[in-house]
Design a protein around this ligand. Structure first.
Ligand code: M6R
Length: 590
C-alpha cells in the first residue's frame, strides 16, 4: 500500500501539483515520499522521510515542469529512509519509477541483473523494476521494455514510469489500483480518485494487465496479455470534493464518525432487488462464506451471528488470510461474500481469486465501487459511505453491519422488517453523536488515558464487536486492548484483571444480557473497573455509556461510543488518529 500520483499536461507546476495530490493519498502510506519530474531534458528527484502533509511549498523550490510522478510510501522492503523512498532510478539514471505493491520474485531478478553488472543502492523491490526496464531498453523501445518487464513480475503492482528523453508517462497495474483523471488536454494518474477530484470528475479505470501511455495530450491503452490496443470508457463520477476533505474537523476520524448520522441511512437505502438477489443466492448455495480482514473481518463474524439468529442459517466465517486453508470445501455451489471498505485488501483479494478458480460465485460488500474487488465480483452491494480516509474504519464499519443485517432479514423473507429496524437505529444516532454525549465519553477518556491495558467483553453478536472495539482502541490510542467473549474470561483471561483494570462490557437487551452482566460481575469481584455500554444502567457498572436499545441492530450502535472513545484517547495521548504508526489505510500486501 502506498500512494501514487502523476501529472502530464499544460500546467508548468507539475511537481508541486503532484505533491498536493500525494497529500490527499497520505492515508495510504506516510513514512516517506518523493517526486520525480522532467526539467530541461533532465530528470530531477526530490525525496524526504516523514509525512508529506508536513511539506510546505516554501520548503523546496521545484523547477518548472509539466510532467511529474510521485509516491507516498508505506515501507515493505527496506527500512524507512531516503534511499528506500520512491521514486527509484535505473542504473543509468534515465528511467525513474514509482510502485505500489509487491514484486514477489524480485530477489531472483535482482541476482540476474547483478550478474549483468547492475548495482542497487536501495533495499527495495521497486528499484529492481527500474533496472529491469533499463535492461530491456538496451534493445527495445521504452514502451516495449515496460511491457516486457512487467510480464516478469510475480505479485501485485501499480507502477508509473518516466524516461529522461521521452516526454511520456507509462502506467501499468495488476492487483493494485490506478485510476486516470481526464482533464482538458491533461491527465492525472492516481491510486485513488479524491487525489485529483478538484481538477476533474472524469475518470478511466485501468484494469489488471493493462498499460496506459500519456504523450502529447493523448492517452492510449494496451492489454499486455492479449497484446493489443484497447479502448477505454471515460466515466463521470458523482463524488463531491467536500466529502474527501476534512472541512472544519480537526481529523478525518471524527469527521467520519459524525458522518454516520447520514451514511447509515445511505447504506440501508439499497436496491431491494440486489438484496433479494443475494438472499436468493445464499439460500441456493451449498455453503456460504463471509470473509474480510481487520475490522471488515469482525463485521463478517457479526454476520455469522446475525444469520444464525435472524435467518436460522449457518454461514461460515474466515479472515481473508485464513480462507485459503478452507479451499478444500469449495465447489461451484459455494457462495463467497467478501466485506471490505477499500476493495483492495490483498488477503481478501487472494481469497476471492482462490474461490473463483473453484467456480465460486462472489458477492462483495464494498465501499470503493471502482475497486479491484468490486470489479471481479459477480454481485456488488455498495456501502455508499463516501471516501473513508482515516486509517481506523468507522463509517464503513456501521454501513457494512447494516447491510449484513438487511441481508439476514431478507434471507428470512423480512427485508421490510430489517429496513424498519435499521431506520429506527439510524434515527437514534443523533442522540449519540453530539457534544453532550462526546463530553460524557471524554470524562472516561481522561480517567483511563494512562492505563496499560484494557479489555472489552461481549456475547453473541456483540462478541465480534468486542473484538472490533479492541482494534479501534489499539490502532489509534496504542493502549493494549483485547476483546473477549464474556464466557471465555473465566477460562484464562480473568487472570489479567487487577485493581482498576478497565473492562468495557457491551450489554444489549437480548438473550445474552444476564450472562454478560454476570461476566462483568466476575471481573468486578477481581477489582476491575466496569464500563457498561448499554441501554440501561446497572449496579455493576462503574461508568455507564448509554446506547439506545436497537434490538438486532445493537452491534451498529454499540461500536459508536467506542469509536469516539478511541478517537479521544488518541488525541489525549497526542497520537495522530488519522495516521496511526505502522499502519496504512488499505493493506495491499499479504
Ligand atoms: O479495506 P478493507 O475493509 O478491506 O480493510 C481491511 C482492514 O485492513 C481494515 O479494516 C483495518 O483493520 C482498519 N484499519 C481497521 O480500522
Amino acid at each position: 500500500m502506498c500512494g501514487i500520483f502523476a501529472y502530464s499536461g499544460p500546467r508548468n507546476n507539475a511537481p508541486l501539483l503532484v505533491v498536493e495530490g500525494l497529500k490527499c493519498l497520505e492515508y495510504r502510506g506516510y513514512d516517506s515520499w518523493g517526486v520525480a519530474y522532467q526539467a530541461k531534458g533532465d530528470i530531477k528527484i526530490y525525496k524526504k522521510v516523514g509525512k508529506i502533509g508536513d511539506f510546505k511549498a516554501k520548503d523546496h523550490k521545484f523547477e518548472t515542469s509539466s510532467l511529474a510522478i510521485g509516491h507516498s510510501r508505506w515501507a515493505t522492503h527496506g527500512g524507512v529512509n531516503r534511499v528506500n523512498a520512491h521514486p527509484h532510478f535505473s542504473e543509468n539514471k534515465e528511467i525513474v519509477l514509482v510502485h505500489n505493491g509487491i514484486f514477489e520474485n524480485y530477489l531472483d531478478t535482482k541476482k540476474f541483473l547483478e550478474k549483468k553488472g547492475h548495482k542497487f543502492i536501495s533495499k527495495t523491490d521497486t528499484e529492481v523494476i527500474a533496472h529491469l526496464i533499463e535492461e530491456h531498453a538496451k534493445t527495445h523501445s521504452f514502451e516495449d521494455s515496460v511491457k516486457m518487464a512487467i510480464k516478469e513480475i510475480e505479485g501485485r503492482y501499480a507502477i508509473v514510469v518516466i524516461k529522461e528523453d521521452e516526454n511520456k508517462i507509462i502506467a501499468a497495474r495488476k492487483g493494485s489500483p490506478l485510476i486516470i483523471g481526464v482533464g482538458k488536454n491533461e491527465f492525472f494518474i492516481a491510486s485513488d480518485i479524491p487525489a485529483f477530484l478538484k481538477y476533474t470528475n472524469k475518470v478511466i479505470y485501468l484494469d489488471d494487465n493493462q498499460i496506459c501511455t500519456v504523450e502529447n495530450k493523448k492517452i492510449s491503452f494496451f492489454d499486455n496479455i492479449k497484446e493489443e490496443e484497447v479502448k477505454k470508457r471515460i466515466i463521470e463520477i458523482e463524488w463531491d470534493i467536500e466529502s474527501a476533505e476534512k472541512g472544519e474537523h480537526p481529523h478525518f476520524m471524527i469527521k467520519e464518525i459524525i458522518e454516520q448520522k447520514d451514511t447509515l441511512n445511505r447504506a440501508i437505502n439499497q436496491d431491494p432487488k440486489v438484496i433479494e438477489q443475494v438472499a436468493k443466492e445464499i439460500k441456493k448455495a451449498f455453503g456460504t462464506y463471509f470473509i474480510g480482514c481487520g475490522t471488515a473481518g469482525k463485521v463478517a463474524l457479526v454476520g455469522e451471528y446475525l444469520f444464525a439468529k435472524i435467518s436460522k442459517k449457518h454461514i461460515n466465517f474466515a479472515f481473508g488470510s485464513e480462507f485459503p486453508y478452507h479451499r478444500q470445501f469449495l465447489t461451484n455451489k459455494t457462495l463467497l461474500i467478501a466485506v471490505s471498505q477499500s476493495g483492495e485488501t490483498a488477503d481478501t483479494l487472494e481469497a476471492i481469486e482462490i474461490a473463483k478458480e473453484k467456480g465460486v460465485k462472489i458477492v462483495s460488500i464494498v465501499n470503493v465501487e471502482s475497486s479491484t474487488m468490486a470489479r471481479i465480483s459477480d454481485i456488488v452491494i455498495p456501502l455508499k459511505a463516501g471516501p473513508e480516509k482515516a486509517v481506523a474504519s468507522t463509517k464503513a464499519t456501521t454501513s457494512q453491519l447494516a447491510i449484513l443485517t438487511l441481508l439476514a432479514y431478507a434471507c428470512n423473507g423480512g427485508i421490510l422488517e430489517g429496513k424498519h429496524l435499521l431506520i429506527n437505529a439510524a434515527s437514534q444516532i443523533n442522540d449519540m453523536i453530539n457534544p453532550r454525549y462526546e463530553d460524557h465519553i471524554m470524562k472516561l477518556a481522561r480517567k483511563i488515558k494512562n492505563v496499560e491495558s484494557m479489555y472489552i467483553i461481549g456475547r453473541g453478536m456483540n462478541y465480534p464487536i468486542a473484538l472490533e472495539a479492541a482494534i479501534k482502541l489499539q490502532e489509534v490510542s496504542y493502549i493494549h486492548a483485547e476483546g473477549f467473549a464474556g464466557g471465555e474470561l473465566k477460562h484464562g483471561p480473568i487472570a489479567l484483571i487487577s485493581k482498576d483494570t478497565p473492562v468495557i462490557a457491551l450489554v444489549a437487551n437480548d438473550d445474552c444480557k444476564n450472562e454478560i452482566i454476570s461476566n462483568a460481575t466476575e471481573v468486578k469481584a477481581r477489582g476491575g473497573y466496569i464500563i457498561g455500554v448499554s441501554p440501561e444502567n446497572h449496579e455493576v457498572f462503574d461508568y455507564w455509556i448509554r446506547v439506545p436499545d436497537a434490538g438486532n441492530a445493537s452491534p451498529i450502535l454499540n461500536i459508536i461510543p467506542i469509536q469516539i472513545l478511541a478517537y479521544q484517547l488518541a488525541v489525549l495521548r497526542k497520537n495522530n488518529p488519522d495516521m496511526p504508526r505502522n499502519l496504512a489505510k488499505s493493506v495491499t500486501v499479504k
